[in-house]
Write a protein that binds this ligand. Structure first.
Ligand SMILES: C[S@@+](CC[C@H](N)C(=O)[O-])C[C@H]1O[C@@H](n2cnc3c(N)ncnc32)[C@H](O)[C@@H]1O
Length: 472
């Protein structure tokens, strides 16, 4: 480690910023309204401040003194930190030498080798402050990290954290049990968005009210049913990402990609409940037992499902089982396979020239399966068929049997949105061959309808035969 992170107590420090450059003004803007005293010195500082849009901030600001004149040695008196943001090397060297002789903390802006401290990338949410540094080695990475964390922590978190600090004692009286109290705070911070645009007083009242309700008939357990999306981790929602990073236990199945799982907290327990080839898996009842057991043990449980958790995912049964145990459930939606695949193949699913409806269907042709092909055969329909690989011949025959044109375009997309995505095209008639000749495996989605001809691949020569078939 080359640098040591510390947080300075703002009211006990006084910063000197030397220079009338935009870099110097950026430092002024960074520290304005933090409670720290700032003296800005340099010829042309008034003009530079107004060019940086700071005029309103500095007028009448008791914590900031702007001295529009050259630096003098006495400017260093009573200051603890110095930032140098000048354009001429002679002044830079002079201020640096004088400050170093006095053993002060000096930062020559954008010149870490000359500085004895650096300013981290940072952002704040009320009393919560987050600062990052790579010791100057990877600034771009640090910027990316900051922006992803900024997105994870909603702005309303600041007001909530300040309010929580004020009512902490009352909450302890209302919820004396430590585990329940921790869960109460967890849930509160999860829902920070609820407190957006409220003033702190109102938030304090609501937090106390929530604690009262939490005490009455409170349950310990909580489960989030989270949509993992079709595979590309960039397609996770911010809320799903946050849930993954907070979960103590993640119960996941086969469709959840490794890339998504790798976003879980390092010490989280990952429990696989899918079926592997030739194995039975724990079964739906087994999944309920695990969810209930972990939630009642006071752990934060994420039930992670591929795509959207409410589409073809047996969420209803899990919700019933959890509600029976009075376990708090939250649903975090995900991008379903049809959406991810429509995006990667660039198929406008309800393109008005071709389609006025989109139907999501399971192609699972066992027990209680959908066999009413007549209902799916109307004009101008787009069908997205999940779990339809094995049943492709029956789906093809069923739809053609109900009068759907045999040259209706079809896309078959395997491992949609993942690095190993494969896309194939054909017609309703050739669908079974497309699946068997390319040895398409699950997970794969079938898209059927005239909109498929808008797919980006269909401009390519290799799909000429399909285009001909479609226009025949
Ligand atoms: C049990 S369903 C789950 C659907 C999921 N809840 C959703 O909203 O996408 C499983 C089926 O979804 C489709 N599927 C899920 N992820 C997919 C992917 N990455 N590529 C292609 N099809 C996918 C396949 O048809 C697969 O057989």
């Amino acid at each position: 480690m080359t640098h040591i992170p510390v947080f300075l107590t703002a009211e006990k420090h006084h910063i000197l910023i030397v220079g009338a450059t935009s870099a110097a003004m950026a430092k002024v803007a960074l520290f304005l309204n933090t409670g720290i005293r700032i003296t800005l010195v340099g010829h042309g500082t008034q003009e530079a401040a107004s060019a940086a849009g700071l005029t309103d901030d500095i007028t009448g600001n008791a914590a900031l003194s702007v001295q529009d004149r050259p630096f003098t040695n006495d400017d260093l008196n009573d200051k603890t930190l110095v930032y140098i943001g000048v354009e001429d090397d002679i002044t830079e060297e002079r201020v640096l030498r004088l400050a170093t002789t006095r053993k002060m903390s000096v930062n020559v802006i954008d010149k870490p080798a000359k500085s004895n401290f650096i300013t981290p990338a940072q952002f704040a949410r009320g009393p919560l402050q987050v600062a990052f540094s790579s010791g100057g080695v990877a600034p771009v990475f640090v910027r990316r990290l900051r922006s992803s964390l900024e997105r994870l922590l909603p702005p309303s978190l600041g007001v909530l954290a300040a309010a929580a600090g004020n009512v902490r004692g009352r909450i302890k009286t209302l919820i004396p049990d430590g585990t329940r109290r921790r869960l109460f705070w967890d849930r509160l911070y999860d829902n920070a968005g609820t407190y957006a645009d409220m003033n702190q007083n109102d938030v304090e009242k609501l937090v106390v009210e929530a604690a009262r309700n939490h005490r009455v008939g409170a349950t310990v357990g909580q489960v989030q049913l989270v949509g993992a999306g079709p595979g590309d981790p960039d397609l996770l929602t911010i809320k799903a990402h946050r849930a993954l990073q907070q979960a103590d236990v993640i119960v996941y199945d086969r469709l959840v990609s490794r890339d998504v799982l790798s976003l879980a907290r390092r010490d989280a327990d990952l429990i696989f409940v899918g079926k592997r080839e030739g194995e039975h898996g724990v079964g739906q009842e087994g999944i309920h037992e695990i969810l209930i057991r972990e939630a009642l043990a006071g752990r934060r449980v994420v039930r992670l499902k591929g795509g959207d958790p409410l589409l073809f995912a047996r969420a209803g049964e899990e919700l019933d089982a959890l509600r029976k145990e009075d376990i708090h459930v939250e649903i975090v939606p995900g991008i379903s396979a049809f959406q991810g695949i429509a995006a990667s193949a660039q198929i406008p699913m309800t393109d008005r020239a071709h389609s006025s409806s989109l139907t999501l269907v399971t192609g699972h042709l066992q027990d209680g399966a959908f066999k009413d092909w007549a209902r799916l055969s109307g004009e101008g329909q787009t069908l997205a068929i999940y779990m339809g690989v094995k049943g492709a011949p029956r789906i093809s025959a069923g739809l053609i049997g109900e009068g759907v044109a045999s040259n209706t375009p079809v896309a078959v997309v395997e491992n949609g949105t993942r690095a190993n995505e494969r896309r194939f095209y054909g017609t309703l008639e050739t669908l079974p061959d497309v699946v068997s000749e390319n040895a398409v495996k699950s997970p794969a989605l079938l898209l059927i309808g005239d909109v498929v001809q808008c797919a980006r691949d269909l401009n390519l020569n290799e799909y000429e035969p399909l285009l001909q078939a479609v226009s025949a």
